[in-house]
Design a protein around this ligand. Structure first.
Ligand SMILES: CC(=O)SCCNC(=O)CCNC(=O)[C@H](O)C(C)(C)COP(=O)(O)OP(=O)(O)OC[C@H]1O[C@@H](n2cnc3c(N)ncnc32)[C@H](O)[C@@H]1OP(=O)(O)O
Ligand SMILES: CC(=O)C(=O)O
Length: 527
């Protein structure tokens, strides 16, 4: 395998989350959101943060004003204002959009320029010569006002295919006018990795510093970016969590991790890369767009192992089934227990929960119990708390916190402020029987209120328990309302969150089982 020579010292890592990423359907960022995301990007160690398009909307203008007023102190990154070349038939000096770029007061400005002849003729409705004049005039005007200028050559790859001479002329014109980097954009995202090298190499003949900006429409944005880097670009653009129009932009964290951990290129400080998981999840929290579990490097499943055979090898050496040490990107290995588990999976999961399951017979017994329960519909992959209770029961560890003697719940259509459901729970705890009636909005809420109330005299700590999520899934889809259902419940005590599972033909029974496990596990940990 070839490792390309070390990245030049001048290599740029350029983030466009706040501009191209924000063009994603469903993303709406306030100025405050943008400032917070910019701070996280700075912590990640990127060299450039494209903050938006000043003048295009009041939000982006306000963001640059806030940054200029000192509300954004960047330790590593340089802030970039994004815009376009001047309008056809005018002068850059008279174009309000170009003036807004100067008013943003950033050291670097990035402008998008057309490089596909058909776009010039049909979208801009101007001549090929005027487009070149727009580029030269805008770049030289910004340079004359003390800005470092990058040019995004829009639709460069499709443009090169249609009219290579013109696409290359755009690159030459931008560089001659003073652009520091000309970024080749796969705007429609239609390229494949094997096509990148030829086009990038042809542009590199011009002798200017080149960048790459890829979209993910062929699912190849990261691969195309890496291929362009191998062909000689010295500037990579992308977004966190692959945010962006349509199918998104190249995932910048994946690109950084690939180049840094596979090629050994020192693009960001290792301590910053080790924060990548935290940072990408924090940004997902701000955008309110959930990060895919399966995102490379930083997803919660990126180092999760389900297959028994994998676990048996990982038990010997975790590197046998992992391409890197997850800690390098701040992630963690997770062992999943399911019907695909073997003894080793159960032993490692048990060990992570603090149990010694080195006895092969015991581990085999627990594995069989998991498989039998999963056949009945239980799922322990995420329900760690229910797994621990099952494990303890197989180990003969009895947790006699309380014994439920009876429970019932009913729902009416009567609308009352206390809710529409009423539950009664009768139990014995610490030798004393308690009975409590709880009212709530829906049967699960009523049961939760009643169970908590009945337990409180013996275990006041349950007052801190809170049900935070509840998921129901029909298991045998061929049936109608009498289908078997699985419920997963998340509870928290303010310090930790735990998940339990219940199964039944009756959604209330399945929910009760998960709730009952949830309280038992909570008491086990708080006692
Ligand atoms: C590939 C990319 O993703 S580039 C980034 C694209 N991002 C965005 O478009 C988001 C922000 N955009 C906006 O807020 C608005 O589109 C604005 C403010 C930029 C322009 O809005 P409007 O003035 O209403 O124009 P509208 O969006 O309809 O059309 C864009 C105009 O810019 C022209 N234009 C497009 N690209 C360029 C370019 N590279 N250089 C100069 N002019 C351009 C178009 O020909 C059109 O001109 P026209 O007004 O003479 O028809
Ligand atoms: C500039 C840009 O965002 C693109 O060409 O995709």
């Amino acid at each position: 395998m070839t490792i390309p020579p070390a990245a030049p010292d001048t290599f740029h890592v350029y983030d466009t989350t706040l501009r191209d990423g924000a063009q994603q359907e469903g993303m709406q960022l306030t100025v405050h959101d943008k400032l917070r995301i910019a701070r996280y990007l700075d912590q990640l160690g990127v060299g450039y943060i494209e903050g938006g398009w000043p003048g295009a909307n009041p939000n982006d203008t306000a963001f640059f004003a806030a940054a200029a007023e000192g509300q954004l102190t960047l330790r590593n990154a340089t802030l970039v204002a994004f815009g376009a070349t001047r309008k056809a038939g005018t002068f850059a000096a008279d174009d309000p959009q170009v003036q807004a770029l100067l008013d943003a007061k950033t050291e670097v400005v990035c402008i998008v320029a057309k490089s596909h002849d058909e776009h010039v003729l049909r979208a801009l409705r101007t001549t090929l010569a005027e487009n070149l004049a727009m580029i030269a005039d805008t770049v030289s005007h910004l340079v004359a006002h003390g800005r470092r200028v990058f040019v995004d050559a829009e639709h460069f790859f499709d443009g090169y295919r249609a009219n290579p001479e013109y696409a290359l002329e755009v690159v030459r014109t931008a560089a001659d006018a003073g652009a520091e980097v000309v970024v080749l954009c796969d705007t429609n995202g239609g390229m494949l990795p094997s096509w990148m090298a030829d086009v990038v190499s042809a542009a590199a003949q011009i002798g200017v510093d080149l960048g790459i900006h890829c979209h993910n429409d062929t699912g190849c944005a990261v691969a195309n970016t890496v291929a362009a880097v191998e062909a000689g670009v010295m500037h990579v653009q992308g977004t966190v969590n692959e945010y962006g129009e349509r199918t998104g932009n190249a995932n910048l964290v994946t690109v950084i991790a690939n180049l840094q951990l596979k090629y050994g290129w020192p693009l960001v400080p290792p301590s910053a890369l080790a924060e990548a998981t935290r940072i990408t999840h924090a940004i997902a929290g701000i955008t309110n767009l959930p990060l895919s579990n399966r995102q490379p490097y930083v997803g919660s499943s990126a180092f999760a192992h389900k297959a028994g055979l994998h676990a048996s090898a990982i038990k010997v050496d975790s590197n046998l089934y992992q391409h890197i040490d997850p800690m390098l990107v701040g992630n963690d290995m997770r062992m999943l227990v399911s019907d695909m588990a073997g003894r080793a999976s159960v032993q490692m999961k048990g060990s992570s929960l603090g149990y010694d399951l080195s006895n092969r017979d015991l581990a085999a017994r627990i594995t069989e119990a998991v498989k039998a329960r999963e056949l009945d519909g239980y799922s322990y992959e995420s329900a760690d708390a229910s797994f621990e209770l099952l494990l303890r029961s197989e180990m003969g560890l009895t947790d006699e916190f309380f014994e439920v003697l009876a429970w019932r719940v009913f729902t009416t259509h009567e609308v009352k402020p206390e809710g529409d459901s009423e539950a009664t729970v009768k139990l014995r705890a610490k030798g004393i029987s308690h009975i409590l009636v709880g009212e709530g909005h829906g049967p699960l809420n009523a049961l939760d209120v009643a169970l908590r109330g009945a337990l409180t005299p013996a275990y006041p700590q349950v007052d801190n328990f809170e049900l935070t999520d509840f998921r129901v899934r029909i298991l045998d889809q061929g049936h109608g309302t009498d289908a078997i259902v699985r419920t997963l419940i998340d509870l928290t005590d303010g310090e930790r969150t735990w998940t339990t599972v219940g199964v039944g033909t009756n959604v209330i029974e399945a929910s009760w089982e998960a709730l009952y496990d949830g309280y038992r596990w909570g008491l086990l940990k708080r006692d």
